[in-house]
Design a protein around this ligand. Sequence first.
Ligand SMILES: C[S@@+](CC[C@H](N)C(=O)[O-])C[C@H]1O[C@@H](n2cnc3c(N)ncnc32)[C@H](O)[C@@H]1O
Length: 212
Amino acid sequence: MRLRTKPNALDTLLKNQDMVIFKPNEYKGKWNQHFNNTNPIYVELGTGKGKFIVENAKKSPNINFIGIDAKNEVLYMALKKALEEKELTNLALLPFNIENIEEVFDYDEVNRLFINFPDPWPKARHEKRRLTNIRFLQKYKNFLESNSLIILKTDNKPFFDYSLEEFKLADFKTISVTYDLKSEKDLANILTEYELKFMEKEVKINRLICTL
Ligand SMILES: C[S@@+](CC[C@H](N)C(=O)[O-])C[C@H]1O[C@@H](n2cnc3c(N)ncnc32)[C@H](O)[C@@H]1O
């Protein structure tokens, strides 16, 4: 995701450390303490500009949402969206590289995982960077509770087909696969920034829902 440099992004993130967690590894196994309740925890990987996670947090106050992205500039946009809402105490934003996600969550700590329009890394030599590479899937398994849903959405069909195979290899159980999400008329589906752009261009969206 290309963004113009935002000189005040880091400053603004630093000023909002009740929502932006710079050392998330300190909360490993203790996210319920951070949120001050025992509500389920839903995580979005590569949360981008935050439309999806902020709308979810608004819609479901009894679920705790955690959005992770390595880029300060996009998390800053997500934070701005969150601050426009009235006190979203059920949302945390983590400036963090998913590569090290095992440092952030403990066994059974997460109840749902969203992977929305991840970078497809089409070159074979970058395969290990794909967030659905089996290397990452094994990491996710360590912190997902046994009935968790993992929901992947992408416009990229070759990447989707690749991901289906990786989830299979990692022994995840498929619940549903669609190659044209729009045709499902799923009213509960919350659109991400990327999804909105693709839908406007009539690009078909693929979705996998699976569990452990
Ligand atoms: C293509 S964008 C999609 C954004 C958003 N999910 C959407 O659907 O609109 C992918 C996002 O994932 C983030 N990302 C990719 N790899 C990451 C990693 N290893 N750790 C943290 N964030 C990552 C990027 O910074 C970018 O914001």
